[in-house]
Design a protein around this ligand. Structure first.
Ligand code: ATP
Length: 289
């Protein structure tokens, strides 16, 4: 489950290349009221699954991570890289001024417009990201969206101890890829506060180190980023079954743990068998049955 960390560029928010091209003409037309939602805690592989699905169905991806909507901190917020996108069009990534608060209301407006544009082109919107409050606001509370679309919910899950180890290694890889320098530049250019991108995990922790607050050293700051990322994963994970229960969402649970325990080819095989194949079947039934 390794991912390369070449920073993604802002053109990802601009519709560009789309896949699968020629294959689309063989598929029955998708009804214009279908949306797939990929949920899961940070680190579980939501982006990977949404790209895997977009390579099988004529789809475009809409980000629903509340920190990835902002311009900047591509490494720190773990935006999908150009290399990982495989030419699949991604929307709502890196397009908001990092100094303003982008509310759930703002998200509703742009996300529902984006969904409309995608379905108008006979393509399937796949909404993927960890911000459960954005997803709830769009799918449940938004009158532009709620009566018009029917949703298929996929929940990618990984057992917590395994996810903890993965998230910790992911932070190490982010540091190797330049997280410290990236946050330093952000810190030098912006007034950090409690709105906008300043809230991203990585900013307050590194700020303490830059300011030498309580003599926090770099190692301690990185450990704090790991701990806070794991806390976020736990919170997100607790929220999903709660939403399922409260709102009666019919979620398809995909346990990806085995793919995170294995390595190399075996990990890829487990991912394909446990996550991609079952979810492709579920989405196929949702779209065409
Ligand atoms: P909450 O109501 O707690 O904000 P939520 O579902 O709306 O929950 P989450 O996506 O869980 O939003 O984000 C909560 C917080 O976690 C963010 O305010 C931010 O501090 C941090 N966070 C979320 N996503 C990222 C990310 N990609 N990179 C860094 N920090 C993040």
């Amino acid at each position: 489950m390794m991912k390369s960390l070449v920073p993604v560029h802002q053109q990802l928010s601009v519709p560009s290349v789309s896949f699968p091209g020629a294959m689309e003409s063989f598929l029955p037309q998708i009804r214009r009221d279908k949306v797939v939602i990929v949920m899961g805690a940070t680190g579980t592989g939501k982006s990977r699954l949404s790209i895997d699905l977009a390579m099988k169905f004529p789809a475009e991806i809409i980000n629903s991570d509340k920190m990835q909507v902002y311009k900047g901190l591509d490494i720190t917020t773990n935006k999908v890289t150009e290399e990982e996108c495989f030419g699949i069009t991604h929307h709502l990534l890196g397009f908001v001024d990092p100094n303003v608060d982008f509310t759930a209301n703002d998200y509703n407006q742009v996300a529902s417009l984006t969904v409309e544009t995608i379905v108008a082109n006979n393509r399937l919107p796949i909404i993927a990201g960890g911000s459960n409050s954005y997803i709830k606001a769009l799918v449940h509370d938004n009158i532009e969206f709620q009566p018009r679309y029917s949703c298929c919910f996929l929940w990618v899950d990984v057992s917590l101890p395994i996810l903890r180890a993965f998230v910790s290694k992911r932070v190490d890889r982010m540091v190797q890829a330049g997280l410290v320098h990236e946050v330093r530049r952000f810190y030098d250019l912006h007034m950090t506060n409690s709105i906008g991108l300043s809230r991203a995990i990585g900013v307050p922790e590194m700020e303490k180190y830059f300011r030498n607050e309580n003599e926090v050293n770099l190692k301690e700051a990185i450990e704090k980023i790991k701990a806070n990322s794991f806390e976020l994963a736990k919170r997100q994970l607790q929220n999903i079954p709660r939403l399922q229960k409260q709102l009666g969402w019919d979620m398809h649970h995909l346990d990806a743990t085995e793919a995170f325990v294995k390595h190399g080819f075996e990990a890829d095989e487990a991912w394909e068998r446990l996550v991609v194949r079952p979810s492709s079947r579920i989405v196929g039934d949702f779209l065409y049955k």
